[in-house]
Design a protein around this ligand. Structure first.
Ligand SMILES: Nc1nc2c(ncn2[C@@H]2O[C@H](COP(=O)(O)OP(=O)(O)OP(=O)(O)O)[C@@H](O)[C@H]2O)c(=O)[nH]1
Length: 610
């Protein structure tokens, strides 16, 4: 996996931005400078391989530019190689042979790095860095050295193996020493890397590494033990920038000491011995940079962890939802700010308490007996409804969604719950239900509710041979009251009548306003038809009492029709219609009275109201 990290190319990388011609000139100039230094140093001993950074530098340089620029860069590289050879006194033919080896090595390394390596990953992953070192630092020098050795030995130079070994060694070492820093510059840019390297502890570390690398090889046995110790130190304190800079620094110091002959026994070392001579240096340089990459990864992971913990804490505390976490013992380990605010507690008062202590008694029983066990059994619950209590005792309806979190060893770690405050939602729902079943003016059950009740009474009546009655009522001359006293007074009168009707009700009965000035009553548990007549008589009498609305006394009356189940109808519709017809008959008989449906003439009276 490629870790998410900094972007692949350095934002401040000037090389990536300059015009192509300038980039070519820059590459040629840098290559000439680095290669000249190496060639001049190699003349000091003439025997040991010189660490060759020039090709590694060119490989990294190529990575800054898109592939379409590579032809021009290769041209610049060719000019640089020929120039270096010319400046160091080699003839043109030999220059071309060197060009063959170096050119192939740089292009192969650049192509392998681009195709198969991720610079960003190599700074944080040991495997990715090893791939960079292998594909950039070992494979290209291996083949570059083969081409160069073949060309040079055919040209009458030294023995093929000696040329190959010297070339491969110098180039591989130089590349391995430079590539980590090159990748770092590629990914993070010069500015960021130099900031890291110029931290006081890193500068001190680099000074220490320089002293150890300059001193140990000359004065103590097994010098690389001391060098690698100081490199490890830098990997720990200086991160990747410190370790990569130190690796390059150490290789330069050892290379210079070797070239100067200060690092023996150079003279006696034969070709095979040379390979072994530089092997410890590779083994010294590589592990610390791998360690730095691994530490970078750890640091990155820890930083991400801290950030996500921070995100979680902010989310948990700042979210408007009430949230709570409960440990395996069923005690609160954390609650969100919204939880505290809604229930009126301080966090320290509730931590360690059981959530059920903040619930109403009914909810507590349900939470402990049903919801909590279900959560533990099924791993989650969604939308369970409970009632919490604020500090002052006010009920708070919550809808709870919770999950069970397991620890790495599979045990219960905690349960996390989000509580949505639905108090207002429930209040509105109750209000809607009330309004759907009640008359807004009088508060009496409305037609819908009444029809449900009469339907139920019919079913019950059929099953148990019960007798019940429907009493249909209509105010007399109500229009006149409206017209003379106004609609407002009419409303108040309707309310007063409703109260009177309601006051005559037995527990089993129901009175309802059907609309306008029409009311209907369901009177159950009747022994005889005459029971219904008694109720009707009482109602007519009660309503006929004068009503005081404001300072106006109103004389009102009702006409009432009775239909008895099952004699006058066996269905709700029939009963209501027949009661209405009987009421109409009462109107016709002079109002302020009641009439049974059985008294309605066989031809039928026209109903009073549609
Ligand atoms: N104030 C008030 N009046 C209403 C309301 N709903 C209907 N009305 C009025 O109530 C009156 C009902 O009159 P009716 O029952 O048709 O006739 P009435 O005057 O009562 O005469 P009878 O029924 O024949 O005795 C009409 O004038 C309606 O406009 C209401 O909610 N408030």
């Amino acid at each position: 996996m490629t870790p998410p990290g900094p972007p692949g190319t350095a934002p401040a990388a000037g090389i990536a931005r300059v015009p192509l011609a300038a980039a070519g000139a820059l590459l040629a100039g840098a290559y000439i400078a680095v290669a000249l230094g190496a060639v001049l140093l190699s003349r000091e001993s003439g025997k040991m391989a010189t660490l060759w950074y020039a090709n590694a530098m060119a490989m990294v340089f190529f990575q800054f530019r898109p592939s379409r620029d590579w032809a021009v860069l290769t041209g610049a590289l060719a000019v640089a190689v020929v120039t270096v050879n010319a400046l160091t006194g080699r003839d043109f033919g030999l220059s071309l042979l060197f060009l063959l080896g170096n050119g192939f090595e740089v292009l192969l390394g650049a192509a392998l790095l681009r195709r198969f390596c991720s610079p960003a990953a190599s700074l944080q992953e040991v495997c990715a860095l090893l791939k960079v070192l292998l594909l950039g630092g070992v494979v290209p020098p291996f083949f570059g050295a083969l081409i160069a050795a073949a060309a040079l030995s055919a040209d009458g130079g030294d023995d093929f193996l000696a040329i190959w070994l010297i070339w491969f060694e110098g180039s591989a070492l130089g590349t391995i020493a430079l590539l980590p820093l090159g990748m770092l510059l590629l990914v993070r840019g010069w500015h960021s890397v130099s900031q890291d390297v110029s931290r006081p502890e890193v500068v001190l570390g680099l000074m220490l590494v320089s002293v150890v690398a300059g001193w140990a090889p000359q004065w103590v046995e097994h010098p690389y033990i001391y060098v690698s110790t100081s490199l490890v130190l830098l990997a720990v304190i200086g991160h990747m920038a410190g370790a990569a800079s130190a690796a390059l620094l150490v290789s330069i110091i050892v290379g210079v000491l070797t070239a100067k002959g200060a690092f023996g026994p150079v003279a006696e070392t034969d070709a095979f011995g040379e390979a072994l001579f530089y092997l410890p240096l590779i083994l010294t340089l590589v592990p610390p940079v791998l360690l730095a990459a691994s530490l970078e990864r750890t640091r990155y992971t820890l930083r991400r962890l801290a950030e996500s913990e921070d995100d979680f804490r902010i989310l948990y505390n700042e979210t408007p939802a009430m949230m709570q976490a409960v440990d395996p013992q069923g005690k609160l380990v954390s609650v969100s700010e919204a939880w505290c605010q809604r229930l009126g507690y301080r966090r320290e008062e509730v931590i360690g308490q059981r959530p059920s202590e903040f619930m109403t008694a009914e909810s507590r029983g349900r939470a402990l007996g049903e919801i909590w066990p279900r959560l533990l059994r099924e791993g989650r619950i969604d939308g369970a409804e409970l009632q919490m209590c604020t500090r002052s005792g006010a009920p708070v309806d919550v809808r709870i969604s919770a999950i069970r979190q397991r620890s790495l060893d599979g045990g219960l770690l905690r349960t996390l719950a989000v509580l949505t405050d639905v108090t207002e939602e429930k209040r509105l729902a109750e209000q809607m239900t009330y309004l759907a079943h009640h008359d807004a003016l009088t508060g009496l059950p409305n037609r819908m509710r009444f029809e449900g009740a009469i339907q139920h009474a019919c079913v019950h009546g059929h099953r148990h041979h019960d007798r019940f009655a429907v009493l249909y009522m209509d105010l007399d001359q109500f229009k006149h009251i409206n017209d003379t006293l106004g609609h407002g007074v009419g409303d108040e009168l309707l309310k007063a009548v409703a109260q009177r009707l309601d006051a005559t009700l037995r527990d089993s009965d129901m009175v309802s306003r059907l609309g306008g000035d029409e009311f209907v009553m369901l009177a159950k548990n009747l022994c005889s038809r005459e029971d219904a007549g008694a109720i009707a008589r009482k109602l007519v009498k009660r309503v006929a009492q004068p009503v005081l609305v404001g300072d106006v006394t109103i004389n009102v009356s009702i006409s009432l029709g009775i239909a008895v189940f099952p004699d006058d109808g066996k269905t709700p519709a029939a009963l209501i219609t027949h009661a209405d017809q009987a009421m109409y008959r009462a109107k016709r008989n002079g109002r302020n009275q009641f009439c049974f449906f059985s008294e309605v003439s066989p031809e039928g009276d026209a109903p009073a109201h549609g």
